[in-house]
Structures are given as C-alpha cells and as structure tokens.
Design a protein. Structure first.
Length: 429
C-alpha cells in the first residue's frame, strides 16, 4: 500500500469518524432538547391541573372553570389526585401506571395530597426516529463527499512529495533536477522542499568543485609529470649528470606543490570562521612576508582612522598576497596598496602601473588557468583563488583597467568597532 492510498484511507476514516461523532452528538442533543421540553410541559400541566382542584371542602372537587385551557391544550393528558394510596380525582381517563409511551410527573399539594400527571411521549420517540432515519439517508451522501474530499486532499498533499520523489530519482542518477517548487504556506512540506533545494545546490557545487579539481589537476600536472619522467629517464640512461637533473626535478616538484595547494584552496568546502580583524595589521603582515626587493616596490599608507573587517586571517593574507604577487610580477614599477571603507565594507586596493589587461580579457582573468600574458611564468590560478576567497568571506573581487596598469579591489564586510577595539578584544580572548 503506497503513501497516497494510506493518506486517502486515513483521511476518509477521519472524516467518517467526524461524521459519526457529529451525528451521535446531534442525536443526544436533540433527545435532550425534546426531553427538556416534555418535562416543562409536564410541569405546566401539573400546575394548571392543581389550580383546577378545590381542596377547601370536605372532599376534593374539580373546578375546570378556573383553568379554561385545561380541556384544550391538555386534552390528551392524564391526571389523578391521590392520598395515602387512595384515588380521589381522575382526569382524562385511566392513568397509565407503567406505559412506556407516557411520561409522568408528580406534584405534592397541601393536606398530604399528591397530584400525578402524564403526557404521551410518542411524538418524542417519533421525532427521534425521524432524526435517525434522516441521518442514515444522509450518511451515504456524506460518505461520497468524504471520499471526494479525501481524494482531493491526498492529491494536494502528495503533489510536493511526488515532486521531491522525482527530483531524488534524478539525483540518484547524478542528474541535478530543477528546484522543487515549495508549496504555499509555511508548513513542514514547504520547509522540506526548501531544505531539499538547498541540499541539491550544495551537492551540485561540491561535485562541480570535485570535477573542476580533477579537470584542472589532469590539465596542469601533465606537463610537470612529463618533465619529471623525461629527466628521470635521461638520468637513468646517463644522458645528463645528476647536478643538472636535480635542480630541474626540484623546481618541477615545487611547481606541482604550488598547483596542488592552489587547487585544494579553490575546492575547499568548509565555510570560513569570520572574526573581526585589523585591516592595516593584515596588510603589514602580508607585506612583511614579501622578499625585501618586492617589499621595497610596494607603496602603502596607513588609513587615517583604524579599520576593522570580518574575515579569516590566513585567507585574507593569502588573497592579498596573491594580488601583490600578481601586480609585482606583471608590472616593473611601483605598486600601490591602499585601504578605504564605507559603513558596511572595507576595500583593499592593489594598483600597478604595468601594461594592464586588454578589455576583452578583463572578465576572463579570474577563470582558473587563464593567463593574459603567456610570456610570463605562472599558473593562472592567482586571481581565481582571490575571487574564490572573497566570495567565501562574503565579499567580492573587483577588477578594472587603470590606464596604465590594473586595479584590483578586494572588498570585504566591515566589522563593528574600530581596529583598536578589535585588537583589544582579541587580546582579552
């Protein structure tokens, strides 16, 4: 039995139970109403009959002229006046002692007299029977309506589940489905559809990064591996001395290490842990890691007011270091490194005065392994890695032609408070 059938049967049973409960409750309420009305009639009948009895004489006597409606409204009633088991007066005929179709009521009078009255309850029983017959006639129509509504509800509830099932089947065949439309409302089905869409996007991004890593690694490691194989073969054959082969092997291995480190950084999936950082302190630490000749070419000025950004120290320094390495590599002159900020963002700008980049290549230089200048040494991964880091930190990388040169802007979220307050909090922690 599939889920749709179980939902259909469950909702049908619930509707039938609700109809049964409502019918039973209605019957009991209707019966109580009729019983209350009959009791009130008995009380009024007893009071009217008591007013028509004269108890002031030696013997009780009827005085129907006192109650004109006695022979009109209560013409079908029965009454008798008794005392100590003796019957003194009878009204309407023989009094029903234990007849099931009569309702009885007793009223105590003065001098020890008891007035017993009775009214027919046949109409009450007939009304209750009519109610039950009507309910039984309505029950098949209610059942059909319940089946129809249960089918509609089951179809409505199963629609997002069927969409999720189709999407998961496609996902199991490594085919990424279109996002599942969340159903209206704010219930569990909507949350399930939204969670599935987020999971699909995360899984697709993970697989794309894995494929990109495989593709890039196979592309970029082919040349170093070929070089290593050729050098080892030449060494084995005695064509080259070890002192000539070892430097080549060392530089090739270093190149492979750089390639793998960059690729692993590009394909990292763990979200960074953002923390407030002093922007100028990050610039100083990054500049200190440069070789002295390169550091001497960078012109940097502290901001007028200390600035704090949100980021991860290693990632921010890696991104800034790549921007500086890129500028120092392609521009022979000085390189400017400046800081700026607005209310929500901090911008680290690296500007060189080299040949720059052609307009048609500006949008492609952040693609992995794309190199605008083929004559220089490089992997083509520096700007791609900077862009990946900026996005993972909630920021962005902006590039523009500076004429002359290229201007790269690393834009990151700004932290609350000044850099001095940030450093004080870090020291206390």
């Amino acid at each position: 039995m599939n889920l749709r059938t179980r939902l259909f049967l469950g909702m049908t049973a619930a509707m039938l139970l609700a109809v049964g409960v409502q019918t039973g409750a209605g019957y009991l309420s209707f019966k109580r109403t009729l019983s209350d009305a009959l009791t009130q009639d008995l009380e009024r009948f007893a009071q009217d009959t008591a007013r028509a009895i004269d108890l002031e004489g030696l013997r009780p006597a009827w005085r129907p002229d006192r109650v004109p409606e006695l022979y009109g409204r209560w013409s079908n009633g029965r009454a008798r006046l008794t005392k100590d088991g003796r019957v003194y007066l009878v009204y309407g005929g023989r009094f029903p002692e234990a007849a099931p179709d009569w309702a009885r009521y007793t009223l105590s009078l003065t001098n020890g007299y008891r007035l017993e009255v009775a009214l027919e309850a046949l109409e009450v029983r007939r009304a209750l029977g009519e109610y039950l017959r009507t309910s039984l006639w309505v029950l098949p129509l209610t059942l059909l309506l319940a089946l129809f509504l249960a089918a509609l509800l089951a179809r409505y509830l199963m629609r997002p589940i069927r969409g999720l099932t189709r999407a998961m089947e496609q996902l199991s065949r490594q085919r990424f489905p279109e996002p599942v439309p969340p159903p209206p409302g704010n219930d569990e089905l909507r949350h399930l559809a939204e969670s599935f869409n987020r999971m699909t996007q995360a899984l697709q991004a993970f697989i794309e990064r894995e494929r990109a890593f495989t593709r890039y690694a196979s592309h970029e490691l082919r040349t170093p591996l070929t070089t290593l194989s050729a050098q080892v073969e030449a060494l084995e054959l005695g064509l080259l001395p070890p002192e000539r082969v070892i430097p080549t092997l060392k530089s090739t291995l270093e190149r492979m290490e750089r390639i793998l480190s960059s690729l692993l950084a590009l394909t990292r999936t763990a979200p960074p842990r953002l923390e407030p950082l002093s922007a100028w302190a990050l610039v100083e630490r990054t500049l200190a890691a440069l070789p002295p000749p390169a550091r001497a070419r960078v012109r940097s000025t502290p901001p007028l007011a200390p600035l704090a950004l949100l980021g991860e120290p290693h990632l921010v320094q890696q991104a800034l270091g790549n921007l500086l390495d890129n500028a120092l590599k392609y521009a022979p002159g000085p390189v400017d490194c400046t800081l700026d900020a607005n209310t929500t963002e901090v911008t680290i700008t690296v500007r060189d005065y080299g040949p720059g980049v052609a307009p048609e290549m500006l949008e492609r230089i952040t693609e992995p392994f794309f190199r605008a200048h083929r004559g220089t040494d490089g992997l083509g991964l520096g700007l791609a890695l900077v862009q990946h880091i900026a996005r993972s930190l909630g920021g962005r990388l902006e590039l523009r032609r500076a004429e002359p040169g290229l201007e790269a802007r690393l834009v990151l979220p700004r932290a609350k408070g000044t850099a001095r307050e940030v450093e004080a909090r870090r020291a206390e922690a």
